[in-house]
Design a protein around this ligand. Structure first.
Ligand SMILES: [Fe+2]
Length: 383
């Protein structure tokens, strides 16, 4: 099998890691920076915390602080206007997947031209975008180390998945200081997104020995430390382990691919504007059960997951039950019905979108439309 591994050139980890940017940016000779963040992180002082390091590196910066969860085409276009008007030579995303994905989309479109919609799918840009530093504040989407980004198309009520090595950031920063104040709900949903990345990467068509190693270590670590990080946000050890684990999960899926959970979650999130991590966490047990039933290869890998999660036995049923119970203990709704924002009449159109999503091609088994609808129905009723 032929494999390709993409990775970020430089990544910084640890409490206070933002300070490590100063000598790097000095070397790069960066002058005009746009910080891309959301209103909450702007007000909380996180953008300023990063801005201080930029100023010390001799860069002038402006702040675009209008990023919203599930960023839309409109937000990306807004950001591109700022990039062009201010003649920006570096984007510094401060936030989770939404801020980093906005910066990736703006970077690709500003450098390659056209519209953001033109880049939906795999490898659509011809050259790298404007350099990006991603200061990640959640653990997480892994967006700081992946070749993926997601933009919501409000016209089609769907999420466009872009897979493109040209969007990868130049420097990734996981500064624990910025993660300590993440509220329990966000810690849980982003942490379960990372768990989903690890499990889907292990079961993806593009999995290889290196992505397997990252995926298995990531799921073991998330399983062990996420409940602690949710219980006590100031638990530095738990936050540190989660930062490394979500990064490892990001590396795994960026190079192996994802699968049916993400394809169905993207359709769901685009429709209902619900948090990505929550959509994944609700769907993960049902899709895992479905894949174990329909794919021999997936079924054969379940024991590896069970072992990483220290489950009492290797049956798919035990894994599915553990995934459901743990998500509920972390405050995730048990079913799509409990989650709200969607109803069974939507499942046909959601299945159509999920089947077209770039992540579906990575799933070991290709489901029919009826099968995707059935999995949505099971997740709705909790069967
Ligand atoms: Fe994800």
């Amino acid at each position: 099998m032929l494999s390709r591994i993409n990775s970020v050139k430089t990544s910084f980890f640890g409490k206070g890691a933002v300070s490590l940017l100063i000598p790097e940016l000095k070397k790069m000779g960066i002058r005009r920076v746009l910080i891309v963040t959301d209103p909450f992180l702007y007000k909380s002082g996180a953008a300023e915390y990063v801005g201080k390091a930029l100023a010390e590196a001799g860069a002038a910066y402006a702040v675009y602080h209008h990023v919203q969860p599930n960023p839309t085409v409109e937000i990306v276009n807004d950001c591109i206007t700022a990039v062009k008007t201010l003649q920006i030579d570096l984007l510094v995303a401060v936030g989770g997947g939404s801020a980093i994905d906005t910066a990736k989309a703006a970077s690709i479109v500003a450098a390659n031209g056209g519209r953001v919609e033109d880049y939906e799918g795999v490898g659509k840009s011809s050259k790298p975008g404007i350099p990006i530093v991603a200061v990640n504040t959640t653990a997480g989407t892994g967006s700081e180390c992946t070749s993926f980004y997601i933009v919501t198309d409000p016209v089609r009520h769907s999420k466009m998945a872009m897979v493109d090595p040209n969007c990868m950031v130049t420097i990734a920063v996981n500064d624990i200081e910025l993660m300590m104040s993440m509220p329990p709900k966000l810690t849980a949903s982003t942490g379960l997104d990372a768990l989903t990345h690890a499990i889907e990467a292990l079961l993806a068509r593009g999995a290889n020995p290196m992505t397997d190693r990252d995926a298995l270590w990531a799921m073991e670590t998330v399983w062990r430390y996420l409940p602690r990080a949710v219980r006590d946000g100031r638990d530095e050890e738990a936050r540190t382990q989660m930062a490394y684990a979500e990064y490892a999960a990001g590396m795994a899926f960026s190079n192996a691919g994802l699968g049916m959970v993400h394809a169905m979650a993207h359709a769901l999130g685009g429709h209902s504007n619900l948090p990505h991590g929550v959509c994944n966490a609700v769907l993960l047990p049902y899709v895992t059960e479905f894949n174990a039933e329909h794919s021999t290869e997936a079924r054969e890998r379940i024991p590896e997951i069970s072992k990483a999660l220290s489950l009492p036995d290797e049956r798919p049923y035990t894994l599915v039950r553990a995934l459901r119970t743990t998500a509920m203990e972390l405050g995730i709704p048990r079913t799509l019905k409990d989650m709200g924002g969607v109803s069974p009449e939507d499942f046909g159109s959601l299945a159509d979108l999920a089947l077209k999503d770039a992540c579906m091609a990575d799933n070991l088994y290709t489901p029919t439309r009826e099968e995707v609808i059935k999995v949505y129905e099971n997740a709705w009723s909790g069967i």
